[in-house]
Design a protein around this ligand. Structure first.
Ligand code: HSX
Length: 217
């Protein structure tokens, strides 16, 4: 799949506030919601088609333009950092069906020599995925890609292939993008920013810290 970057200036603006260590919990959470909404708009703009339909205004008949496929969207919330991000996405896709997956890195085990973390998946609840669906797997951070690969593995082995399967992150590190794209060639990777690198503990640098902790703790 291809890797692309969200280009809306307001997305860059929100992300910059999220990166700022001085942004406290409430502002951080609200910023993730706004960023999710902007990313949703960008997904609509870049990937969804519109169709012309006849509309009756109170005065006359005219041609309106409607977005196709808004009923065929599934959003997968990778707990827990994605929760505010998904809340924002839902503003762009109000009729989306939602899935949740609790997946986390075993930080105690640490990163192995291939730059991967063992992942435990503790809870999965997904709606039925249909061939016409656009499935958006949301997680604000794509670091080593271990979490996302485990989530995608679960989705692709347990469900029908959707028309579009894409991952959405706020910040992504190059190794994570490479890992996801090579393990899942049909998956598109969308992120607001591609950061410089991972540090020795597998944290994204410059990054924004731990999104889950900053939003919830
Ligand atoms: C953080 O680490 C994020 O919210 C992701 O779930 C995860 C990303 O790390 P990685 O698996 O890509 O290394 O908890």
């Amino acid at each position: 799949g291809d890797a692309s970057v969200v280009t809306h200036a307001l997305a860059k603006d929100e992300l910059s506030k999220l990166r700022d260590v001085g942004t406290e919990q409430v502002a951080f959470r609200k910023g993730l919601v706004r960023l999710g909404r902007l990313c949703g708009y960008e997904i609509v703009d870049g990937r969804m088609e519109t169709e012309y339909v006849e509309i009756e205004t109170p005065l006359t008949t005219t041609m309106g333009e409607r977005v196709k496929g808004l009923d065929d969207v599934v959003i997968v919330n990778v707990l827990r950092a994605a929760t505010p991000f998904v809340e924002g996405l839902l503003k762009a896709f109000p009729r989306a069906r939602q899935g949740v997956i609790s997946a986390s890195r075993d930080e105690a085990a640490g990163m192995d020599e291939d730059g991967e973390f063992p992942i435990s998946i503790d809870y999965v609840k997904l709606p039925e995925i249909r061939p016409e669906d656009t499935v958006i797997v949301a997680d604000p951070m794509l670091a080593t890609g271990s979490t996302m690969c485990a989530v995608l593995e679960h989705i692709t082995t347990s469900q029908t292939d959707p028309e579009t399967l894409l991952t959405l992150s706020a910040v992504a590190a190059p190794p994570g993008i490479v890992r996801v794209s090579s393990a899942f060639p049909d998956v598109d990777v969308l992120t607001v920013a591609i950061d410089e690198k991972l540090d020795d503990d597998g944290f994204i640098v410059p990054g924004l810290g731990d999104a889950g902790d900053r939003a919830f703790r």
